[in-house]
Design a protein around this ligand. Structure first.
Ligand code: TYM
Length: 328
């Protein structure tokens, strides 16, 4: 039997190159080797205020993005989190296993609770517990994510281990898969910060539907430095390092190859070539986006939800049984 993967993204904002290179690219690459479940996490999306109509549309759009990126619905299970009630049900059980202290240490909660923890939604606080439920329901072995989700994965492992110890062996302990290149794409306008859907500076992120002109303009404006040490992978030169990392991820070349390719060239040259490489890289994706209609997507999501439910209900049944809950 194949080992399992589960991963997901939130249907909020515009997906960007960081999401693509840190997550989607690897989902596609791993889908044949593993039995894969790719979820659109709309329950997570409502931990911050969302416009209901927009959320509905974004949920369908994200399914379109998954497929256009190369997730094959005949190979992988693509589904919406709220279609599978077991996610919310297991999250409740896991919230009785999690401790306040460990959730208080989650850096994403601290970042997102901008107005302070006193006013933050409880859902935002328990967000990582729902994420643990997503993963554990599918007896997942591997979770391909970007670097920013690593802490949530560690919590998931801790909760699963605690449950297994207290109630008996129930959950597979999942491993994160954090890609060696592209797990942490930084903002083009502020390389100290990660590329993010919520960046106020729109030049900081390359969005997946950006036109060729916009992509070129954004890379041309990307922040670099005034060093004369040439174009080399130097983690201290954060802006340059980020551009080279993007180049490496979209071309799949080695660092040596890239450094010799750009030897003696300047930033202007690098930025133009990088923009061209990214435009080419996104071309098939953008073309496929235009082809997939809503009706087709709804069918795929319905089938995906049925498959997901068949696996999730089995884990939930076992969990309820272990805990002594009455539901049959
Ligand atoms: P989300 O929607 O914020 O991001 C989706 C994926 O994109 C990765 N990512 C990045 N990778 C590299 N560079 C960046 N700048 C960058 N920004 C985002 C994220 O690491 C993620 O893999 N909590 C999750 C969604 C989730 C989930 C799950 C993931 C809910 N349940 C179960 C895995 C398993 C999130 O908010 O991702």
């Amino acid at each position: 039997m194949k080992k399992r993967i589960l991963s997901g993204a939130q249907p909020t904002g515009e997906l960007h190159l960081g999401n693509y290179l840190g997550a989607l690219k690897n989902w596609v690459a791993l889908q044949n080797e593993y039995e894969s479940f790719y979820c659109i996490v709309d329950l997570h999306a409502i931990t911050l205020p969302q416009d209901p109509q927009v959320l509905k549309q974004k949920t369908l759009d994200l399914a379109r993005i998954y497929l256009a990126a190369g997730i094959d619905p005949d190979v992988s299970t693509v589904f919406v989190q709220s279609d599978v009630a077991e996610h919310a049900e297991l999250a409740w059980v896991m919230s009785c296993v999690a401790r306040m202290g460990e959730l208080e240490r989650m850096t994403q909660f601290k970042d997102k609770a901008k107005d302070g923890t006193e006013r933050a939604g409880v859902g935002l606080f328990t967000y990582p517990v729902l994420m643990a439920a997503d993963i554990l329901l599918y007896q997942t072995h591997l979770v391909p994510v970007g670097q920013d989700q690593k802490q949530h994965l560690e919590l998931t492992r801790d909760l699963a281990e605690r449950f297994n110890r207290d109630y008996g062996e129930t959950f597979v302990i999942p491993d994160p898969y954090i890609p060696p290149v592209g797990a942490k794409i930084q903002s083009l306008s502020d390389p100290e910060k990660k590329m993010s859907k919520s960046d106020e500076n729109l030049n900081g992120a390359i969005f997946l539907n950006d036109s060729a002109d916009v992509i070129l303009k954004k890379f041309k404006r990307a922040v670099t430095d005034s060093s004369t040490d040439g174009i080399v992978f130097d983690e201290e030169r954060k802006g340059l390092f980020n551009l080279l990392t993007i180049y490496q991820s979209v071309t799949d070349q080695s660092r040596d190859e890239i450094e010799s390719h750009f030897a003696g060239k300047g930033y202007g040259h690098l930025k133009t070539e990088l923009a061209e490489a990214v435009i080419e890289y996104l071309k098939p994706f953008q073309a496929k986006m235009a082809e997939l209609n809503d009706e087709e997507l709804e069918k795929i999501l319905q089938k995906g939800a049925e498959k997901a439910r068949s696996v999730a209900s089995e884990t939930l049944r076992k969990t309820y049984e272990r805990v002594g809950l009455h539901k049959k």
